[in-house]
Design a protein around this ligand. Structure first.
Ligand SMILES: Nc1ncnc2c1ncn2[C@@H]1O[C@H](COP(=O)(O)OP(=O)(O)OP(=O)(O)O)[C@@H](O)[C@H]1O
Length: 288
């Protein structure tokens, strides 16, 4: 449905934010996972036709959206990382305003807005000014606006940033429901944001694709490469400088750390079953 074909983005000043990256998507929820600065937002903006790539093409149903963006734009809902609202408007007024900008008739907009407020669980709050909304509520308004024209492709950039755990979970469930009959592309640097809901994941670091596939296969690939080690507190920094360390816990005077490494990182390292976080950090470290 949507293809990113050999995309490269070099910003003025020379920063190569995305480097020859190719990804193909069908319906379902795909997590775009990568550390801060990996190039996720740049890639999302290119996929949403907001930014032009330096080279490469975005194809939507085979049509080159870099040259002819209209087809993709009509089928697209995009929630940018820095989504802003007019704080003095109510949710209903704000959505009505955006519906008008998108060219929906007032009558069909009204019915659609009712449906969407229900979907994102904001019907009760719809008459209150957005200035009084929590971060989670504002994100849900953000999602509602992406759905005004019932898009086939939904692109959401770091949507759970700043949300509390309960809001995070609600938001994850909402995105998961929305992915049953459309493509939802969700970028994040937090593994648990996509752990339970993504059918596939693309891991990006340094502007390059490091992995594309199921979370299961990612986990399998880390088998036999995750170790638990006990070290003195002053040795943690040394361990971190040589390996991907996914978790450090204090146990009495010592520190217990989970380490991704092909060989035992210290003599008495214990092999442990990998978790997704270990597998992801191992991949990112390998790309450095
Ligand atoms: N307009 C710009 N001009 C110059 N460099 C930029 C610009 N936008 C982003 N960059 C740089 O490109 C790289 C990738 O940035 P990008 O925002 O795409 O990454 P990201 O994975 O979304 O990270 P984050 O989650 O921190 O936003 C970073 O090094 C960033 O500093």
């Amino acid at each position: 449905m949507l293809e990113l074909d050999e995309i490269t983005k070099v910003y003025p000043g020379g920063k190569r934010a995305v480097d020859r990256l190719t990804l193909r998507f069908g319906p379902g929820l795909v997590g775009l996972l990568g550390p801060n600065g990996a190039g996720k937002s740049t890639l999302m903006r290119i996929a949403a036709t907001v930014t032009r790539p330096t080279s490469g093409r975005v194809l939507f149903h085979g049509v080159d959206a870099t040259a002819k963006p209209e087809l993709l734009r009509r089928a697209l809902g995009y929630l940018p990382q820095d989504f802003g609202v007019y704080t003095h408007l109510t949710a209903r007024e704000f959505l009505a305003y955006l519906a008008a900008v998108k060219g929906l008739s007032a009558r069909s907009a009204r019915a659609r807005i009712d449906e969407l407020l229900e979907l994102v669980n904001l019907t009760e709050a719809a008459k209150r000014p957005l200035g009084g909304y929590s971060g989670g509520m504002l994100r849900r308004v953000g999602i509602a606006q992406t759905l005004l024209a019932d898009p086939q492709v939904l692109i959401v950039d770091e949507p759970t940033a700043g949300l509390d755990p309960e809001e995070r979970m609600r938001f994850r469930n909402l995105l998961s429901d929305l992915a049953t009959d459309r493509l939802v592309l969700l970028s994040t640097h937090i593994v648990s944001d996509i752990e339970a809901i993504a059918s596939e994941v693309a891991v990006v670091s340094g502007g390059r694709l490091r992995y594309r596939g199921t979370l299961d296969a990612l986990l399998q690939a880390a088998k036999g490469r995750v170790w638990e080690v006990t070290v003195r507190p002053e040795h943690v920094a040394h361990l971190q400088s040589r390996h991907a360390v996914s978790r450090v816990l204090r146990t009495g005077d010592a520190m217990r750390a989970r380490v991704f490494a092909f060989e035992p990182p210290v003599a008495d390292a214990q092999p442990v079953a990998p978790e997704l976080e270990d597998a992801y950090l191992g991949l990112v470290a390998a790309g450095r």
